[in-house]
Design a protein around this ligand. Sequence first.
Ligand SMILES: *Cc1c(COP(=O)(O)O)cnc(C)c1O
Length: 475
Amino acid sequence: MFVQSRAPTKIIMNDEPTKVGDTYVPKELKRETLCLPNLPESEVVRHYTRLASMNFGVDNGPYPLGSCTMKYNPKYADRIASLQKFTDVHPYQDVSTIQGTLEMMYNMERKLAQISGMDAVTLQPAAGAHGEHTAMLMVRAYHESKGETRDEVIVPDSAHGTNPASAAMAGFKVIEIPSAPDGSTDMDALKAAVSSRTAAFMLTNPNTLGIFEKNIKDIAKTVHSAGALLYYDGANLNAIMGITAPGDMGFDIVHFNIHKTFASPHGGGGPGSGPVGVKKKLAPFLPSPIISKVKDGFVLEPGEKHSIGKVRAFYGNINVVLRGYTYILRMGSDGLRNAAIKAVINSNYLKELIKDVYEVPYGDPKKHEFVASASKLKKEKGIKASDIAKRMIDHGIHPPTIYFPMLVDEAMMFEPTEDCSLDDMKRMAEVLKTIAEEDPEIVLNAPYNASVSRVDETKAAKDAITSVRYMNRKA
Ligand SMILES: *Cc1c(COP(=O)(O)O)cnc(C)c1O
């Protein structure tokens, strides 16, 4: 942990306030000393290097965190995103001086439209959940423009928690429907839930159980004939890109996770980007600004009359978009398609390797991810999914997503992604089998090789130490 080993340097700020300070900063809010630790470079470098080595990332090893698509982020994308011509751009610059950036954004919108089978795209939202919320605002504006009052959004019980949250934040009442015994959408439950009050049905396909919704055409028909819209949670796009598209399945509106599907770091690794794609009928509701191509270049225009307005400052997380764009160009359509095929094969391969030890409910084949259960081990040995996850850390493999989706008891959701090698998967399976056979006492007290062992998760959530100053005050 960070220890302040020297007295802080007292830097006396200039007594002469700047013009900006004069005008905008009240005197009582002005800081007179900067509380910076006074440390030599060597200590700072060692501190951060040590912190970096305590972390586990996609550059350390396989990272099968289901639903998150933690694929390897190729370094060429970082190199392009670090080009000074992009990083030095300021959002207040005149558009005539940022034509290259606008062209990249315009082209990225077209690429994403092509991949998803949509007609128009906005790059504004800063993450998947923000994309969902943006989309739900558009759904609301769409129905309002037709003079219809539709206040319900349907989500399946396998949905990611952000789906109902985004719908609720946009002012909708959330109706949850159960899954069928095979894990797909229960058509009877859907038909019973849709009505003239339904604004949209939010679905991901393949769903969070890794199962492709075979009835998707029927689902689309049911939703559309009630006058509602079909929303695609694009977090699972890695399973289908280049093979099929949400637009072809009947979806009206889609969010992407650039930081999942298109190889930009995420989690603690950096900001995200959650563009939204729509069919033509929803284009008038896209947020502002819109990038348009004119005779001699690109311009930024306010949204149309029905636009939901601004959802984010300036132009979105351009650097993340740029990484994704670089990745898409480098992969090409064949490359993206092959990545999806390989991701699906890997997931099914890993599932076959472990299914005798960890039960995998809900039938085959799986798409890019699958959900196993530690339920049997819990009954027989008292080992839960969370214990297995902790023990995997000792064996050098990042744990899968656990306890999601909630409809599988002791859920362990694996997504090995396309960059997982055959050896990676064999090792992962071996580790999982070893843990199942280990003395439960060993597993229950794991991890032993990590920088921290078991943390009190409730206390951590309720009493987060968010800064060094806060930590020192508490000590
Ligand atoms: C990750 C994810 C989201 C939310 O995306 P963020 O970028 O994390 O906000 C939504 N739905 C599913 C299925 C996801 O996996």
